[in-house]
Structures are given as structure tokens and as C-alpha cells.
Design a protein around this ligand. Structure first.
Ligand code: PAN
Ligand code: ZN
Length: 172
């Protein structure tokens, strides 16, 4: 399903913002020399998340969050989110709003799949898949995620084992 977003506007609430800088996710990038080199000069914002907890909490309810990933790369690896599994196996919907990117999925056996993240495109994250979003464009990538309020976010597994695929800038 595609949605027509021609007249959409976005109002972001600073109170709901979480900022992820390079220093928060050093180990997620392959090129540690590049990480150290960048951090000598600055600590760039890789992405921000504006989370909206549902009015009603607990099983059966939904939460949603807007993610903004800046354009850029670390040693040729595009800016990306940390990525996570949900503690409770539960699916999630991503709606692309602006920019272009890739939603990388990985199941418990390590099988990966890439899904486009594009404006107006609804992308489905099946239950029990780790998911990471990557900004492959030259402008900000913005998308809305809708998930069960009690999904729980497991970051530890990906932080330890990583994704089997890395999305790299194409060299021409
Ligand atoms: C999204 C993500 C968001 C940031 O809302 O939480 O894009 O990515 P990380 O959580 O991996 O840092 C989502 O998948 N929620 O379940
Ligand atoms: Zn999720």
C-alpha cells in the first residue's frame, strides 16, 4: 500500500526526543579508525527518535515513534540506527515520510533481508526479526514506526553479534 503524502507537515515535540550521537554507538561501525578520527573533531548526531507512548499502556495497546536519520557515513558505512529485536515477538509497521533508505531485517538464524524505506511506502517488520534503518540518501530519512506498547527493545543481542550485512556507500 502506498500513501499520498504531498501535503503532509510534521510537528516534532522536543520533549519526546532521544538523540543518538556517534559516541553512543562507536562499536556499531566496522571502521574503528574512522570512528576515532571523526570523534577527534566532533560528535555528530546520527539520528533522533521522537517517541509517543500511548495514552493507555499495557498489553494490546500501540506506541509510535518518529525517527530522523541524518545523511552521512562513517568510513563508508551509511548512518544507521542501532537496531534491535523486540523482547516479545511482535511485528511493527514502518511508514516512510521523507528521504530514502533501507530497512535491514535479520532473523534469529542470521538470515537477512533488505526492504526499501521510501516516502509513502509502508514497510512491514515481521515478529522475531531484528531491524535496523539505514539512510542511503543525501537528505534526512524520516519515518514513523508503530509497534505494540509492550514489545520491549532488546539492543544487547545486536550490540554483541551485529548484523551480518553492512550497507556501504557505493564507490564509482
Ligand atoms: C523504531 C526504532 C527507531 C530507532 O521506533 O526504535 O527507529 O532505532 P533503535 O531503536 O534501533 O535505536 C522501532 O523499531 N521501534 O520498535
Ligand atoms: Zn522495533
Amino acid at each position: 500500500m502506498d500513501l499520498d503524502l504531498r501535503n503532509f507537515s510534521l510537528h516534532l515535540d522536543e520533549n519526546q526526543r532521544t538523540v543518538r550521537r556517534l559516541s553512543d554507538m562507536k562499536g556499531f561501525y566496522a571502521d574503528q579508525e574512522a570512528v576515532a578520527q571523526i570523534l577527534k573533531e566532533s560528535d555528530p548526531v546520527i539520528y533522533e527518535v521522537y517517541a509517543c507512548e500511548s495514552e493507555e499502556e499495557g498489553p494490546g495497546n500501540l506506541s509510535y515513534a518518529l525517527t530522523v536519520i541524518n545523511p552521512g557515513d562513517v568510513g563508508g558505512e551509511y548512518y544507521m540506527t542501532k537496531g534491535h529485536f523486540h523482547h516479545k515477538p511482535s511485528a511493527e509497521l514502518y511508514l516512510g515520510l521523507e528521504g530514502e533508505g533501507i530497512l535491514l531485517l535479520q532473523d534469529r538464524e542470521g538470515n537477512t533481508r533488505r526492504i526499501p524505506l521510501l516516502p509513502g511506502r509502508v514497510s512491514y517488520v515481521p515478529a522475531n526479526y531484528a531491524h535496523r534503518s539505514i539512510n542511503t540518501g543525501r537528505s534526512q530519512l524520516r519515518f514513523l514506526a508503530i509497534y505494540q506498547s509492550d514489545s520491549g527493545h532488546d539492543y544487547g543481542t545486536i550490540e554483541k553479534e551485529g548484523f551480518r550485512e553492512r550497507i556501504l556507500v557505493q564507490k564509482n
